[in-house]
Structures are given as structure tokens and as C-alpha cells.
Design a protein around this ligand. Structure first.
Ligand code: FAD
Ligand code: PHB
Length: 388
């Protein structure tokens, strides 16, 4: 199997296939250092933790991960706790950074001595509708090829796998949002034990964390915002204004990372063509407000891994043929949830007062109705739609 991309999707798939004794080669165009330090997601659903545990790569996750049983929504100057575990039949979420998952998976792969080629850029896919597709890649100044039974496109939103599917068989769905997130890592203990999603007249803010001594915080900004416009003092001032409440304040600390990430929703259907299968951001993107991107990527490869193992062991292609449709049911649920959380919590830049009242009404409803809070909780901890 040829796996393009050593993000969470590609590395987890490689590990899953390794446990079934299936040979894989992973190609990654960046360096090990780069993929292990790229700051992204941090909130894991229980299903994600369970899979990493089954695969034997969660020892540090269980030691260092922070288990959360609730979150807070803040609006109208008040904070409301949503007891996720109580409302979801006992499930919880775990804070453990994507960078750490990638480090654990890379270390496990290296320990197994299996091929994971960094600075290897796939640039063309050939023969996808035949029996032996080919990946062409560049490495160390030379051009190489990898012939395989199956190509897994785990190469993220800007990769080459999705554009290799002929246009006439693809349907795409997308939405751009008129805002982005400015995210920071702060060397300061998180000021709250759980996440706070804050709606405010100045825009959305999120308090999250990476460990008991490191905070991860986000601010809604313009999509074309330049990071140079945000010196550290301005970031803290804005975080205080959006998250602060009487009797509670944010602890500051040195900012060691900052960056602006765009927000978009995107789905490409189907997630397969011939012997190419897309997984993770290569096939779909969600805005980060629902914390679903990484979890969807892991769920995709769980299904893809099972399908490949079945084909390898029994010759049956049934799960491979069903892969795209099976994934998309969960993908669309997460698309809706992420869009809903995003549009409920962010300030519209044109300041439409009708929209603002709808948002506040929805937030009050979630904070006061158990049925509405349960809907949020069920989706946030990871909803598994029926397979048919
Ligand atoms: P990726 O992690 O993107 O991995 C794809 C890999 O493929 C990369 O390592 C890339 O270098 C490699 N690659 C690409 N092209 C090629 C090629 N031609 N040849 C070889 N290798 C290639 N989600 C959240 O839930 N919360 C967040 O706060 C959050 N923040 C994010 C911030 C940013 C800037 C981005 C881009 C995403 C964020 N996400 C967040 C989403 C989440 O991180 C992704 O959903 C997750 O990384 C998906 O994993 P993946 O393995 O599918 O893709
Ligand atoms: C994070 O910790 O990076 C994080 C948490 C929850 C989100 C998005 C990002 O909804």
C-alpha cells in the first residue's frame, strides 16, 4: 500500500495496517521536525483515543492527556457549563495535542523499522483505475516511483490525491466564512479546567489548553488579518475583553507561537476513485469550532484500514466499495455540527442585529434546555451515525 502524507490520517493508517501484517510505504513531503511541530488540533473524541490505544501508541496519551467531562459556553456576560459526560451516556473528551500524536506515531513507526520517507514529495498518480497504480515522487534530488495495490491519499487539503480524481466524477460542496482564527500557545497555566467557548460583542474567543502549564487560546479575526498587526499585548487585551467576567480573569504568560488559520467547510464526493482512497483533510474540511477535523481523519482511516484488511484477508472488496458512503455519513454530521457551532458563536462582520438575536436565542436554548444541550454533547463527544 502506498500512503501519501504523514499527518494523523496517514500515520494511523500505516500503524493499523502494520498490526495486520500489511506492507506499507509512507511518503511525506515535509521534514520530521516540521510535521512534529506543526500546531493544530488538540481535542480528541473517545473513539479516537480508543483506536490509538488499540494500536499500542497511546501510552503517553493516557499519562499526559487531560480528560474533560464538560465545557462552558459564555454569552451575555455569563458562563454556562454543559456536562458532556452526564448528557452523553458517560463519554468524555481528551486534550492531547496533534503534535504529540504525530510524535508518538512516528516513533512507533521508526521502532518497527518500516518505511516512512520524509522530504519525499508525491507529484503524480498514474493507473488509478487499473490493478497496479503508481505514485511518482521526488526525493533527494531524484525522481522515484512506487507501484502498489492501493493508494491512500492522506495528504491533506493541499495535497495531490484529490485533484488526481477526474473532474467529471467529483462533486464538491464548500462554504467560506467571513472570519478566521488567530491561535496562540501561551506558557501559562490554563485559567479554567475546561474549555470556554465565548460569544461576545467583540467576536468569538476560545480558551483551550495543551497541558496543566500551557494554554491554547483563539480569537476570531478577519480572514485577511496579518499576524504583524497583533503584538502580544494586543492579543492579551482582546482575550481579556472577550473572556473576562467579574471575579474571574485570565492568567497571562509568554506567547511562544501565533498564527492565523482560515475557516472553511468543504466536502469532495466520492472519497474514492479506482484504487485511490481519500482520508482526512484530503477529502473534507470543517471549521475548527466543533473540534472535528482530526477526529474525522482518524475515523476515516479506521474504516479504510478495516476495509483494506478485509480485502487482504478474504479477497472481498465489499468494505472498500462501501468506504466512501460509510465515511460520508459521519463527515456530513460533523459538517453540520461544525457549521452550527461556528455560526452560533462568531460575530458576523457586517453586524446584522437579526442574526445576533438568533445566535443569542440559540445559546440561551442550549444553556437552558436539556434536550438542546444533549444534542450539543452527543455531537461534541463524537456521534456515530447508523451505517444505513
Ligand atoms: P494533515 O495533518 O494535513 O496531513 C497531511 C500530510 O500530507 C502533511 O504532513 C503534508 O505535509 C503531507 N503532504 C501534502 N502533500 C503531499 C505530497 N504531495 N506528497 C507527500 N506528502 C504530502 N482541527 C481541530 O479540530 N482543531 C484545530 O484547532 C485545528 N487547527 C488547525 C489549524 C490549521 C492551520 C490547519 C491546516 C488545520 C487545523 N485543524 C484543526 C484541522 C486538523 O488539524 C486536521 O483535520 C488534521 O490535521 C487532518 O489530518 P490529516 O492527516 O488528514 O491531514
Ligand atoms: C484546541 O485545543 O486546539 C481546540 C479545542 C477545541 C476546538 C478547537 C481547537 O473546538
Amino acid at each position: 500500500m502506498g500512503i501519501i502524507g504523514a499527518g494523523p490520517a496517514g500515520l494511523t493508517l500505516a500503524r493499523l495496517l502494520e498490526t495486520a501484517g500489511i506492507e506499507t510505504v509512507v511518503l511525506e513531503n515535509r521534514s520530521r521536525e516540521y510535521v512534529e511541530h506543526r500546531q493544530r488540533a488538540g481535542l480528541l473524541e473517545q473513539g479516537t483515543v480508543d483506536l490509538l490505544t488499540e494500536l499500542g501508541v497511546a501510552e503517553r496519551l493516557h499519562r499526559e492527556g487531560l480528560v474533560h467531562t464538560g465545557l462552558s459556553l459564555q454569552f451575555d456576560g455569563e458562563r454556562h457549563r454543559i456536562p458532556l459526560t452526564e448528557l452523553s451516556g458517560g463519554k468524555h473528551v481528551t486534550i492531547y495535542a496533534q503534535t504529540e500524536i504525530v510524535k508518538d506515531l512516528v516513533a512507533a513507526r521508526q521502532e518497527s523499522g518500516l518505511p516512512l520517507l520524509f522530504e519525499a514529495e508525491a507529484y503524480a498518480l498514474e493507473g488509478l483505475d487499473g490493478e497496479r497504480p503508481l505514485i511518482r515522487y521526488r526525493r533527494e534530488g531524484g525522481e522515484h516511483e512506487l507501484e502498489c495495490d492501493i493508494v491512500a491519499g492522506c495528504d491533506g487539503f493541499h495535497g495531490i490525491a484529490r485533484p488526481s480524481i477526474p473532474d467529471q466524477v467529483v462533486r464538491t460542496f464548500s462554504r467560506e466564512y467571513p472570519y478566521a482564527w488567530l491561535g496562540i500557545i501561551a506558557q501559562a497555566p490554563p485559567s479554567n479546567d475546561e474549555l470556554i467557548y465565548a460569544h461576545s460583542a467583540r467576536g468569538f474567543a476560545l480558551l483551550s489548553m495543551r497541558s496543566p502549564s500551557v494554554g491554547r487560546l483563539y480569537l476570531q479575526v478577519r480572514p485577511d488579518e496579518r499576524i504583524e498587526e497583533w503584538p502580544d499585548e494586543r492579543i492579551w487585551e482582546e482575550l481579556h475583553a472577550r473572556l473576562g467576567l467579574p471575579g474571574w480573569s485570565l492568567v497571562e504568560g509568554p506567547i511562544t507561537e501565533k498564527g492565523v488559520a482560515p475557516m472553511r467547510s468543504f466536502v469532495s464526493e466520492p472519497l474514492s476513485f479506482g484504487r485511490l482512497y481519500l482520508a482526512g483533510d484530503a477529502g473534507h474540511i470543517v471549521p475548527p469550532t466543533g473540534a472535528k477535523g482530526l477526529n474525522l481523519a482518524i475515523n476515516d482511516v479506521r474504516l479504510l484500514g478495516e476495509a483494506i484488511v478485509r480485502w487482504h484477508e478474504s479477497g472481498s472488496r465489499d468494505l472498500l466499495d462501501a468506504y466512501s458512503a460509510a465515511c460520508l455519513r459521519r463527515v456530513w454530521r460533523a459538517e453540520h455540527f461544525s457549521w452550527w457551532m461556528t455560526t452560533m458563536l462568531h460575530k458576523l462582520p457586517d453586524g446584522d442585529p437579526f442574526d445576533e438575536q438568533l445566535q443569542l436565542s440559540q445559546l440561551r436554548y442550549v444553556a437552558s434546555s436539556e434536550a438542546a444541550a444533549r444534542t450539543l454533547a452527543e455531537n461534541y463527544v463524537g456521534y456515530e451515525p447508523p451505517t444505513r
